[in-house]
Every structure is written in C-alpha cells, then in structure tokens.
Ligand binder design. Structure first.
Ligand SMILES: [Zn+2]
Length: 293
C-alpha cells in the first residue's frame, strides 16, 4: 500500500482506542492494534474501520448518497461550509505569524467531525487548517470509503465508528464538529478537553420550506422547528453564540428532485407524487451554534 496513505495514522496512540477493549491503539504495519492484539486494518482508500459490526441506515443507501454528493458539489451548501470554516478560524485559528513549524504534538489542535458523511466539510476544514489534526467518522462504511477516496490531502484520519461508544481517547479533542448530525453529550464530554468547543449546525427554520410547503398534504406538520434540538443541546453545553446562514437558490428541476430525495425532512414523503414544477427556488439555511463543555 502507498505509505502516504498510512502516515496519518502514525500517531494513533494520541487519539484512538480499541472499540473492543478500549485500550490504546498503535500503528503496526498497515493496521492499528491494541495490547490485546485486536487488529484493525487500514483500508487502501486510507481509512480504518473501528466498528466491525457497522450497520447501515435505510435512509443512507448508495442512491441517497450519490444524490448528496451531487448537491454538495453543485455549491448549494458552500455558504454553510464557509460559515463553519469562519467559526473554526475565529475560535481555534492559529495566527499566521506563528507558522506551522511551531505546531508539533500537543500544540496541534485536534478536530473531530461527527457523522462526517462523504466528507464534504472535513475536506474543506483540512484544506483551510493544515495545522490541525482532523479526525472524521461516520457509522456508514460506504460514506467513509468515498470520503477517504476523495481526500487528496491524505491527512484526514477517517474511520468508521459508533457515536455511542467512540473509539477516541478521553480529553483528546479541542473542537467537535457536528454538522447536521446527532449529538451524544456523554461521549462528547468524555473526548473533549476541558476548554474544548462544539460547533453544531442544525437546519434553519426556513430550510427547504418551499419543498415542505409543496408536500403539505403529506406532512403532518409543515413547520419545521429546531427549538427542541437547540434546547436539549443547551442543557448539556454552555452556548457561546448562535447565528443563522441562509441563501435561496434558483434551482433547475433536476436539482430540486435530487434535493427532495436527499433531505431528511422529506424522508416520509412520496417525492414522485409532488409536482416539483410548482417551485423554482429553494432556501438552504442552517443555524450554527458554538458551545463549550
Ligand atoms: Zn483491544
């Protein structure tokens, strides 16, 4: 295997623990291994499966997955990505005059992308923050495979993992990224350093409202509320700031259809029964929350 694909796992003992016995994992050849000889091979794409019995969500089959990649690449989420990058820069950015040479070992901020999907945000974060150690995981092996394949930096430590039992050392992470993903507050608290932050994005209240309005007959409640998620999150973390990023795009019918198929807010709607020609624009909106432990 290309040694450059292995290099990022060279300091695995800093971050990774065995998903079976929770002992420290070390790089051993082309595998991560614990003292009890539990062994996890690094795949040729450059990720490691730390969840041997990984399950798939029925909503994230390969089709919804290809749809997501297409919509993300079309630029419809660039404003959200840029807001996330800006938030990282403001909270854990390294002053340019400090230089990369000064950042070794403990000085390198560690960022963990939770439920990273096909890696759209992780790859951008790594590009913008080469001084950081970026770890990214998802429960879906298919998405991690694709994420790793498209990571030209070969620097992101991709892994398949379980949010309820993270194969990550305690007090190892400076910044949790939780972009449209669930939170496990107990595990977040365990892996975060004492002064670490969480950057969380949830759909904004106007997110894809044109599609929800069109699907009104099929939806019990067309009003989407993120209040409950934000309230629950605030019970476990100390919220520092919140902001909303929103853009409304004129969308060609093909993109609207693709979008309708991929959005979780319409998972229980029969998309083919919707007359998508009735709308021509769609709002893509996120609420971004920054919080401390
Ligand atoms: Zn083990």
């Amino acid at each position: 295997m290309n040694p450059a694909r292995i290099a990022r796992f060279g300091d695995s003992e800093r971050y990774f623990i065995c998903p079976i016995c929770h002992d420290t994992l070390h790089l051993d050849g082309t595998s991560l291994r614990c003292a009890n000889r539990h062994t996890f091979d690094i795949a040729k794409q450059g990720y490691v499966n730390l969840m041997p019995a990984a399950k798939q969500s029925p909503f994230y089959n390969s089709e919804s997955f290809a749809n997501r990649a297409r919509i993300l690449e079309a630029g419809y989420y660039d404003h959200i990505r840029d807001a996330v990058l800006d938030t990282i820069q403001r909270h854990i950015g390294v002053p340019a005059d400090m230089g990369l040479a000064g950042l070794r070992g403990d000085a390198r901020p560690a960022i963990l992308d939770v439920g990273c999907g096909e890696g759209f945000y992780s790859r951008a974060v790594q590009r913008a923050n080469p001084q950081a150690d970026l770890l990214a995981f998802d429960i879906s092996k298919d998405s991690i495979q694709q994420a790793a394949r498209e990571d030209s930096s070969m620097a992101v430590r991709w892994f398949v993992g379980n949010l309820a039992d993270l194969p990550v050392r305690s007090h190892a992470i400076d910044c949790m990224l939780d972009i449209f993903s669930p939170v496990n507050s107990e595990e977040f608290h365990r892996v975060m350093k004492d002064d670490a932050i969480v950057i969380k994005a949830v759909p904004g209240v106007h997110h894809d409202e044109q599609l929800r309005e069109l699907a009104r007959k099929q939806l019990r409640n067309t009003d989407y509320s993120n209040e409950q998620i934000i309230k629950q999150f605030g019970e476990h973390f100390d919220v520092l700031e919140t902001s909303t990023v929103s853009r409304t795009f004129t969308m060609p019918p093909d993109d609207l259809r693709t979008f309708a198929h991929m959005t979780p807010l319409l998972f229980h709607v029969d998309i083919d029964a919707l007359d998508l020609t009735q709308i021509s624009a769609l709002t893509i909106e996120a609420r971004i929350i920054v919080a401390r432990k």
